[in-house]
Design a protein around this ligand. Structure first.
Ligand code: ZN
Length: 91
């Protein structure tokens, strides 16, 4: 079995950093869940073989082309995408 380069147990979206999201299951495979924040689907737009460059590329699409908008509107109160991303990068 191939080990992923993502930490297997991340419990946030690797694209936007949304915390109530599990992109990979306990074996490290994509859950095929769609992030309610950025709308990217684990296993479709990215998977356990994706590199941090891949995540960054998708993040740039979300921020620049999609204006970093909350997909399942309305966005939570006082939500700030920059803060959400910066909290993800602290890990
Ligand atoms: Zn997301």
């Amino acid at each position: 079995m191939v080990k992923t380069n993502m930490s297997i147990t991340i419990n946030y979206c690797p694209i936007c950093g949304y915390k109530e999201f599990t992109p990979f299951d306990s074996k490290g495979y994509p859950t095929y869940d769609i992030c309610p924040c950025c709308s990217f689907e684990a296993g479709n737009e990215y998977d356990h073989r994706s590199s941090s460059d891949d995540f960054e590329r998708l993040r740039n699409i979300w921020v620049q082309d999609m204006k970093a908008e909350w997909w399942k509107k309305p966005a939570p109160k006082n939500w700030d995408y920059k803060k959400q991303i910066s909290e993800m990068n602290k890990k």
